[in-house]
Ligand binder design. Sequence first.
Ligand code: DP6
Length: 345
Amino acid sequence: MMKATAIAPANIAFIKYWGKKDDALRIPSNPSISMNLSAAITTTTVEFLEGLKKDVITFLPENCTFFPRPREKGAHTMTENEAARISHFLDLIRKRANISLRAKVVTQNTFPKGTGIASSASGFAALALAASRAVGLVLSEKELTILARMGSGSACRSIPDGFVLWEAGPPAGGSLDTSYAYSLFSYTHWDLRDIVVIVTEEEKNISSTGGMADVETSPLWQKRQKEVSERIEEVKDALARKDIVLLGETIEEDCLSMHEVMQTQQPPLVYWTEETRQVIDLTRSMLTNGIPVYFTIDAGPNVHLICEAKDEGRVLDKLKDREVAKRLIINKPAAGTRIIKEHLF
Ligand code: DP6
């Protein structure tokens, strides 16, 4: 039977990926570092079957593991673009396995779209492992990160365990194998929290892929490129020494630098809202009042608060009863992508 199921965590970038030096191969302009998220998981079953004329892809309704559950939206309906992107990715695997069979794909997230967590990372990581295993390819972790990267850049960081570095490869770029991801530390290394503060459940209207294409039009882009390698070393050092102040200050700096670039691109990309600012201010006031908690934001208005497990209670206490925090998703560091025996169909 050519069938397999994988589960994959989403991840939050501590040092951001924003810009590619090769669009087709999804080779990033700079290295990035992330943490896998325990409460934001995708499960995907893939079966290659005789007699299918095209790939049949189904998103099951979200199986949310956190409360209160978001308003019911039913299953996410897939756009033609999304279906084409998935089929194109499956073509890479068919080519490698030298088969032409089409696949049935069923996938389910524990988190809905519009919660400030990118589903493309966990989605393509789970798809890469499930589909390659279904056709009988046994890839090394490194090979799997390279394959997942071809689906969505950030997906390669969801393959290895815990805290992950994604290498950009040499400056010239263009080589498939030099840009891969590996674990810096296991998920058990440091008991951090990523508390995602959902300020809106509206879906963003500009995809990361689209937004990233214009990155070089920002006058701040070159400056960011020069600074990033130093921040990579600082985050590695902060993780190694479990230094929350160094980690927090560096990830805030990197987040602000990415959003400055986004906001000065042509056309400008402004993901923040008034609510985003309110959560940033609230985080700052917690810090001023002695709670070591820091923010980071991806391509959307929702805010990820990073703190140590011992401070989770105090942070949650400050967030409770705040109207701006519509919903919270509490993540611990998580293991990487793996095969499971239970299939979705
Ligand atoms: C802002 O990985 O979604 O979340 O490779 O085009 O699919 P594509 O982009 P994607 O970009 C993620 C951008 C980010 C920062 C990050 O996760 O590093």
